[in-house]
Ligand binder design. Structure first.
Ligand SMILES: [Fe+2]
Length: 420
């Protein structure tokens, strides 16, 4: 009796330890190895192994083994009938010597016999096979009693739950990875669509070929220089690509007029921010404020812009970025009625209009990004690619940019607010 009590206490101790192992061990392999060790130790079993079932390969892969030697197979195949029988059997001990009708025990008969394996416990958790435990003879040479088998099954259940948990985690990780890939694909598709759209917008205007794409790229440069994260930078690029989408509704004749357009035509052209906003608003953009950039990219800090005559604090930040990128591209592109001006004049222009038309910190960021490229601090040559290699070669441009950066305060000298 006392011996029995001792055994029960010992078994409970081993079970508690095993439960702790399964719940707390971060390292799966180590958890399985320790669990096998506890299981073998609790009943003084000479040897054994734990295998994990792979649904895809229909095989049992050994995770841990003790006393099975190097010649024991690392992977054991299961046929459909084996799987069916294991599921019917559930998580209970099978006497290997009694189970030779099953293909599995026929195929591996020699290996099992050689290692004197006596019990097999299919790890069936929530009606799924997750693994198998194989156990050799007990150290005292006695056969397994029904109590022993119950103890084995109780411990095997812990190990099975540990494997099932691991499978679940692996499945969750796989799905998360798949979701990430799907999201990336979607984002690529969105970006490609946006670029295609920008090209379509630019096609309408034969004199400013590539304008939207360049505005997108300048907006990207500004956002990057502001230290925005990757997602926000992409958002700024998209806002730039799509800022003129409303021009789709403006007559080609007005957009492509070889001479300066009259007041009526101007009024027509000036509808494009509002039209763009209407077009973009119903679309579920992955980035915030894309429609607002279209709506307010012709606003100015001093309230003299259009369509709403907004003042500094009321203009969406993204629209301020796109406004600077848009104007910079307009100034540095040839038009039918005027050629682009030299770079030094344009830097002067930006400086002069900082705080009136453009947000000073954005002009600073833009000039700083340009300076970094010209001094070799940045190697991506974004400006050179957009403006042509020779355009920024003027030797005056570096001191001028430095001067501009010294002269520009970080924030607007005036805080312009609407009075109504
Ligand atoms: Fe525009």
């Amino acid at each position: 009796m006392a011996q029995n009590q001792q055994k029960i206490i010992h078994t409970f101790g081993a079970l508690a330890e095993l439960g702790h192992e399964v719940a707390h061990k971060q390292n799966f392999q180590e958890m399985i190895r320790t669990s096998l060790h506890l299981l073998l130790g609790s009943l003084a079993i000479m040897r054994g192994g734990v295998a994990r079932f792979s649904r895809f390969g229909h095989e049992l892969n050994m995770l841990a083994a003790r006393g099975l030697g190097d010649d024991f197979p690392l992977s054991l195949s299961l046929c459909y009938e084996d799987e069916r029988q294991f599921l019917i059997n559930g998580l209970s001990a099978i006497e290997i010597s009694q189970a030779k009708v099953l293909p599995f025990f026929q195929v591996y008969d020699r290996s099992f016999e050689k290692k004197r394996l006596e019990l097999a416990v299919p790890l069936v958790i929530r009606d799924e096979i997750v693994g198998l435990i194989l156990l050799g003879e007990k150290a005292n040479g006695e056969l397994y009693t029904s109590d022993d088998k119950e103890i084995v099954c109780a411990m095997a259940r812990h190990i099975g739950v540990g494997i099932a948990q691991r499978n679940l985690m692996a499945e969750l990780e796989r799905r998360a990875e798949e979701n990430r890939r799907l999201y990336d694909d979607l984002r690529m598709t969105y970006k490609d669509t946006v670029k295609a759209f920008a090209t379509a917008i630019d096609c309408k205007d034969k004199y400013t070929e590539g304008h939207s794409v360049r505005v997108g790229k300048y907006s990207e440069i500004i956002a990057a220089e502001l230290g925005w994260d990757e997602n926000q930078i992409e958002g700024a690029a998209v806002a730039g690509y799509l800022h003129d989408v409303g021009k789709i509704a403006v007559e080609s004749r007005i957009i492509n007029s070889p001479t300066r357009i009259n007041a009526k035509e101007h009024a027509e052209l000036n509808k494009h921010p509002a039209v763009g906003y209407e077009i973009l608003l119903p679309i579920n953009h992955p980035y915030a404020d894309v429609p607002l950039a279209a709506k307010s990219h012709h606003e100015r800090l001093d309230g003299r812009g259009y369509p709403d005559g907004l003042y500094d604090g009321d203009i969406p930040y993204i629209a301020k970025i796109v406004a600077l990128a848009d104007s910079f591209d307009a100034m540095t592109s040839d038009r039918p009625y005027k050629r682009r001006r030299p770079a030094n004049e344009i830097v002067e222009d930006l400086q002069r209009n900082s705080g009136k038309q453009f947000a000073p910190e954005l002009v600073t960021a833009f000039c700083r990004a340009m300076l970094k490229e010209l001094t070799g601090e940045k190697k991506d040559k974004k400006f050179s690619r957009l403006l042509g290699r020779d355009y920024l070669q003027d030797e005056q441009i570096i001191p001028q940019l430095k001067n501009a950066l010294n002269g520009l305060s970080a924030t607007s000298s005036l805080t312009l607010v609407s009075l109504d």
